[in-house]
Design a protein around this ligand. Structure first.
Ligand code: SF4
Length: 395
């Protein structure tokens, strides 16, 4: 049962939200119908106020971020032609295709030198030439070179791909990767679980039930993970609720999810955007904020709701800190996947910029590790953040 939340019901202008506010105050779990109402209500500020109250009950004014670095070792992907929302993937001989050698991965990882990068976030395409040994060798070498850095790598879709090409079980792949240095898994590849939606946007991709099953297996092995939902393409509000319900159910079962991260669909430079006539029209700030707020309210068994400033802009992420969000994407260093589909945000953010963003929302910034344990808080706004080694993590 969720903890009761202090909340003034008079802040709700949509009367349909009142029973939901009453449930939250009583510590009752929201139903799928409640989640649908939260998505449909025109009173976004009311939804946000409830999400803010739920978030404050868990985290007060603290907003966390991680000193992380993204590494995308290959954009070669067997699903290049069928994931129509993706602008990142290439076929092996297509212009722009790349697959890093181990030396290139290590060279990219060395951007972490002189900084206190604490996490490598490693995801890429479903590359037939990047099997188990490719990633085992990579993880072992990264751990040898940067022993202090956590490896968060390979989505459920990539794990299933490696299992398929190696003719191994997904469990055995996870065990082998864990032994090589895999610490946690990112949440990408979820898209929207609805089979009907997947038929339109990614008909050959690992299905929603299988995505859940890979995460269930990982959790059983002690590998914790994040989860996501891609929104703003062809999915309905009912599809979103179904997706969140599947995530909440698995979290009830395993408790292995660390954070929920809604991901905004970007319509540029991909087939789906052309088909829908949506190029140049990304998701709205309203929808971005609503997805975060509904995530906070419906996923009552999740501690952390994260805003991805690369996808929704740093301005929307800052406002989201009052819509249920307690964690914000970190320093990143060099992001490729969303910039391939039209993200206009920077490819990385310095520590001073992150601190300014969080403090500007009236919140207290704190750096966390990959398990969301707070490492240090930045209480003194007058301190010079450029004196911090993290500030060297520039782009
Ligand atoms: S979304 Fe992932 S699986 Fe699909 S084409 Fe892009 S890289 Fe490949």
């Amino acid at each position: 049962m969720p903890a009761p939340i202090q909340f003034d019901l008079d802040r709700l202008r949509d009367t349909r939200l009142r029973p939901i506010g009453e449930k939250l105050r009583a510590g009752e779990r929201l139903t799928a119908d409640d989640a649908l109402t939260l998505y449909q209500s025109p009173d976004l500020l009311g939804v946000g106020a409830m999400a803010d109250a739920a978030n404050r009950a868990k985290h007060g004014d603290v907003v966390t971020f991680a000193a992380n670095q993204h590494i995308n070792p290959t954009n070669v992907c067997v699903l290049r032609k069928t994931c129509v929302f993706c602008g990142y993937a290439r076929l092996p001989k297509e212009e722009g295709a790349y697959r890093y050698t181990l030396e290139q991965v290590l060279a990219e990882s060395d951007r972490a030198d002189g900084t206190i990068t604490r996490e490598f976030h490693i995801v890429g395409g479903l590359d037939m030439q990047a099997g188990l040994e490719y990633y085992q060798t990579m993880f072992r070498a990264l751990k040898a070179r940067h022993p202090q850095v956590h490896i968060k790598a390979l989505t459920a879709v990539e794990i299933a791909h490696i299992a398929r090409i190696e003719k191994m079980s997904r469990e055995d792949v996870l065990i082998a990767l864990r032994e090589a240095g895999l610490d946690t898994m990112p949440g990408g590849g979820a898209e929207t679980f609805s089979a009907a939606v997947r038929d339109v946007i990614a008909d050959k991709k690992l299905g929603g039930t299988d995505y859940i099953d890979v995460h269930r297996t990982a959790h059983r092995l002690g590998i914790r993970s994040n989860c996501t939902m891609l929104y703003g393409h062809v999915e309905s509000m009912e599809d979103r609720v179904q997706h969140l319900t599947m995530l909440r159910d698995l979290q009830d079962e395993t408790g292995g999810f660390l954070a929920f991260i809604p991901l905004a669909y970007h319509p540029d430079d991909n087939e789906l955007g052309k088909t829908l006539g949506r190029e140049g029209t990304a998701t709205t700030g309203f929808d971005d904020l609503r997805n975060l707020a509904v995530g906070r309210l419906f996923l009552d068994n999740f501690e952390h709701i994260k805003s991805h400033w690369i996808m929704v802009s740093s301005a929307v992420s800052q406002i989201a800190l009052h819509f249920g969000v307690n964690d914000i994407e970190g320093t990143v260093v060099r992001e490729k996947i969303y910039h391939a589909v039209g993200a206009h945000t920077p490819q990385g953010m310095t520590l001073p910029a992150l601190l300014t963003l969080i403090r500007g929302a009236g919140k207290r910034p704190a750096e966390r590790d990959s398990f969301y344990r707070i490492l240090r808080e930045f209480d003194d706004a007058s301190a010079d953040p450029t004196a911090d080694p993290l500030a060297l993590t520039t782009h």
